[in-house]
Structures are given as C-alpha cells and as structure tokens.
Design a protein around this ligand. Structure first.
Ligand code: TRP
Length: 334
C-alpha cells in the first residue's frame, strides 16, 4: 500500500441483531462520506459480540450479512480496510496487555457495563467487564486518529485515551491518543415504540426499529404503528419526541429541513405524514436491498474481501504489538 497521509479512522459494529436505519443514519452514512479523505478501517467485532451468548450458526451467517450490507451501503473494500476482528489475532493479544494497565474500578464505572450487568444479573462474565479494554486494543493497534462513535460509546473512548496516556507515561510514546469523533451530521434515531430510548438492534421488540433488510410491507406497517405524541400536528419539538424522531428520519433521508416538513404537512395529520415517510424509507431501502442481494449471493467475493482485509489489518497492527512487547521487556522470538 502506498504511503498514506490521511488521518486514520477506525470504527466497528457488533454482528449481532440486525442492521437498521439507525445504524445507517447514525454511522454507516458517515463512514461512507469519510472514506475519501480518511484512511479507514471498518470492523465486524465478533469478539465483542460473544460477551453475550450467540447462536454459532447465526453469528456465522450474520457476519457475512453485515459485510454485504456494509458494501451495499457504500463502504468500498478496495478503498477501506474491512475485516472481521477475530481474523486478526493482534486484537486479543493487545487486549491482554491492556488489561494489565486498566483498573477494576475504571471498568466498574462504565455505564454500559452497569446497565448490561443489571439486565443479566446472574451470568455477568469477565468478558462483559473487560469489553472496553478489547475496544481500546482495537483502536490503539492502528494508531487511529479518529474514532466515530455514538454517544453511548464516548465513555469507552475516554477510557481508551486514559489507557493510552498511562502506557505512554510509563514507557514513552507508544500509542497515538485518539480523538472521539462525533460526526457533524450524525442523526440520533430513537425507537419507534419509545422515543426516549435509542433505536437498538438488541431491542426485543422488532417493531421498535426498521431493519435495512425489512421488506416494503413490513416497513410500512412498522411506520404506521410507530407511537406518536398527543396532538395531531407535524411539528418538531422537545415536547413531541415521537413525531420529532419520525421527522428526523424524514429529514435525514430527503435532506429537507424541519420547517419545510412542517409547512408541507400543515393542516394534515400524522397519518398522511407517516404514509409519505413509509414510502420514503421504502424507496431509500430498495437500491440498498438490491445491491445487498447481489453481493450476498457471491460468497467467494465476500470471503476474498475479508481475506484481504485481515491481511492488511494484521500487517498494520503487528508493529504496534511488537513495540509494546519490546517496551514491556518481552524477549524477541528470533
Ligand atoms: N463497542 C462498540 C459499539 O458497541 C463497537 C466497537 C468495538 C467499536 N470496537 C470498536 C467502535 C472500536 C469503535 C472503535 O458500538
């Protein structure tokens, strides 16, 4: 690969649940736009996914589904490095080292851990506890400059920065301290059933989200049944979280601003607005789904993408592990 002076950008999604319009508008759409002037690495973080039980056959299938969707949404694997985390052994290697530079107290304070461990009280694994350390390894391995993440991951990124600085202070410059990057146009999409919580692929109620692969009629019915606020007007505001969320989706997909949308639906009710929104979402998904089906059926191409991605990622991450091992005093094997 030729010398590349663009900032290094890294992000990832867990191959669990389904990819939804929330992921598209909050993450993938930005990734696609950032590809041109950043040196991008996009991961499928399967090692993170097993912090909760996964069905092996489903996990296997989903990794390829997600990869095909990345590509269908516009991630270009000949331009960006796209790979599966477990294909690149340096992630687990660096995670172990970083575990020795992270305090139990720090991990115990992570909001996501507290929430997840409350939900599953009985079987809280050490993996769930150490999850942010693996994430720190993902990021620090590639000397990343920028890590685009949603609000919910900011705390993990702060921890990554703390671990990097701690190690650098002890052993000299080793890791680049990454910046949290909340993309300027990232839309935060909320659940269709509860506009106070984020649209989530792990939501047990599939009516709360629109998956990128939902067929048109399912999209129409989910949007029609989305909760609305009391009142009838299509007006954006904090006191109307449900319709505001639908308006955010509408605005992100059409580029129309809120005043224009309000004007268009003045004197009309939620039903007209929802019917139009449903068609907008259906038409937005159609080309993505068409591309997805073409790519997903070409398994040898998908495998080839992952092979190239894993080789590139391994080659890029090895020097960081070598540097860390040397600083720690591990003797070289040869
Ligand atoms: N924890 C992230 C999430 O759930 C996924 C993730 C894992 C990630 N490793 C990462 C995101 C590294 C950015 C960079 O959304």
């Amino acid at each position: 690969m030729p010398a590349d002076h663009r900032p290094i950008l890294l992000s990832g999604i867990q191959p669990s649940g389904e990819l939804m319009i929330g992921h598209y508008l909050g993450a993938l759409k930005n990734w696609v736009g950032l590809q041109a002037d950043h040196d991008c690495l996009f991961m499928l973080v399967d090692l993170h996914a097993i912090t909760v039980r996964q069905d092996p056959a489903e996990l296997r299938r989903r990794c390829l589904d997600f990869l095909a969707l990345y590509v269908a949404c516009g991630i270009d694997p000949s331009h960006s490095t796209v790979f599966v985390q477990s294909h690149v052994p340096t992630h687990a290697e660096l995670a172990w080292v970083l575990n020795c530079f992270t305090y139990m107290g720090e991990l115990g304070r992570m909001t996501q851990f507290k929430e997840k461990s409350q939900k599953q009280e009985l079987n809280v694994s050490a993996g769930l506890f150490n999850y942010p350390v693996l994430m720190a390894a993902d990021i620090l391995l590639y000397q990343s400059h920028l890590v685009p993440v949603g609000e919910d991951q900011k705390q993990h990124l702060e921890l990554t920065r703390d671990i990097a600085m701690r190690f650098n202070n002890l052993y000299g410059e080793t890791f680049r301290v990454p910046e949290c990057f909340i993309p300027p146009v990232g839309a935060r999409i909320m659940s269709l059933q509860d506009p106070t919580s984020k649209m989530s692929k792990s939501d047990p109620n599939p009516r709360s989200y629109v998956a990128l692969l939902d067929p048109p009629d399912l999209v129409r019915s989910k949007i029609k049944k989305a909760v609305t606020d009391s009142g009838t007007e299509v007006v954006f505001g904090n006191d109307r979280p449900a319709v505001s969320n639908l308006m955010t989706i509408y605005s992100s997909l059409t580029g129309h601003g809120f005043p224009a949308i309000e004007e268009r639906y003045q004197g009309k009710g939620y039903a007209d607005f929802k019917a139009d929104l449903a068609e907008i979402v259906v038409e937005f998904l159609r080309p993505i789904q068409d591309r997805y089906h073409a790519i997903r059926s070409d398994k040898s191409e998908l495998t080839a993408i992952l092979k190239r991605g894993a080789e590139a990622a391994l080659a890029r991450s090895r020097p960081t592990v070598a540097k860390v091992y040397k600083k720690l005093g591990f003797i070289a094997a040869s």
